[in-house]
Design a protein around this ligand. Sequence first.
Ligand code: GLY
Ligand code: MN
Ligand code: MN
Length: 461
Amino acid sequence: MTTATYAARRARLAEHLGAQGLALLPTAPEQQRNRDADFPYRFDSYFHYLCGFSEPGAWLLITGSGRSILFCQPKDLEREIWDGYRLGPDAAPAALGVDEAYPLSELDARVSTLLDGCEAVWYPFATHQGLESRVQGWLQPLRDRVRYGALCPGAQRDLCEPLDEMRLIKDAHEQNTMRRAGQISAGAHIRAMQTSARMLRAGQEVREYHLEAELLHEFRRHGAQAPAYTSIVAAGANACVLHYRADTALVRPGQLVLIDAGCELDGYASDITRTFPANGRFTGPQRTLYDLVLASQEAAVAATRPGARFTDPHDAAVAVLAQGMLDVGLLDKNKVGGLHDVIEKRAYFQFYMHRTGHWLGRDVHDCGAYTEPSEIGDASTRLDALTGQTIVSRPARILREGMVLTIEPGIYVRPAPGVPAHFHDIGIRIEDDALVTAQGCELMSRGVPVQADAIEALMKD
Ligand code: GLY
Ligand code: MN
Ligand code: MN
């Protein structure tokens, strides 16, 4: 991405700040993992969206007049020998296109000066530990000096509000990066599927971590910086644990394997789930449930288009899943009633207990309001049939071109009285990444197939 792209984003944001507004935005801190070992560094998503700078120890300030000021770590030969290259404030304006840059040590003094006379100070609420008190610490001396003519900002505003709206619509650069991330992740899923079948055919022991290693290999081989989230590689019954991590369990012929994994490429996540037979052949009951989940995903994909609500794909998937659960005997209509009752009373929840998607972007669960901003006042309440709790419903977000969301229905069958034994311990999810387009949506993750026959075919080779 060019510096002009970031400059255009900063200019758009400045329009929201008011002429006398000032935005303060730190990047993410470094995090210690354990003694002398840090977690791999990951910049803050908002910060990077606005300047593309990936070093720790940095702040970005943007004034309502559109001036951008970066604070960063100074050049320091000794620290650079240990920790690596630093851009430094002298080189930052030319490299990043910001207007000014200073060493981090000057942040406090310069922020105090800039805040004097501001009408509103903008910073991200409830996202950075200690940020609120840091801002209060800057405002306090100003408040103390009002007797001498200082002007303390009269408003504090949440910087996430305008930034979330901007990030919700992905521009052409972002769409291209996300497409590429989807392609890399799709290749990684294919590699894991084929490795599973090949190793089992060769009589080798396969464990979940073997398949995780294939994913990582493929991500890094193509230049992706990291997994976008901890990979789930779940064999057999482990797939019914929604937040399972790849572990040491054996992957056995006859089992399904659920892999939920996606790479992060240049700050953008992909998020793909595929469920496949460990040895490349679905059993009858596995295929029955697989085709049901796939049909529900197809219904959700068809409901993903501009003008639809964010909840429409979920409702479409639930309708198919609920009917299917009745048809295949997971739910007993003598006990739970017909389709309408299953949905009304949320009886399907026993086997499908999560939502069908979320925004996807720089963060795997990306920012962006899930309610329609123009209809925020139209709240209603209803009693949830399953929990008896009062639920506040607000009109769901209307989908627009450029939004990216996942579509990820599933079925998870834990053994329970009345649940047919041949379905026990089957967990299936199919997840794709959908870019809302003028016509409907583009699935950016379909480099790995979803049809059961196609999966069996690619696992044969
Ligand atoms: N992999 C995280 C999710 O699907 O939400
Ligand atoms: Mn997801
Ligand atoms: Mn996922």
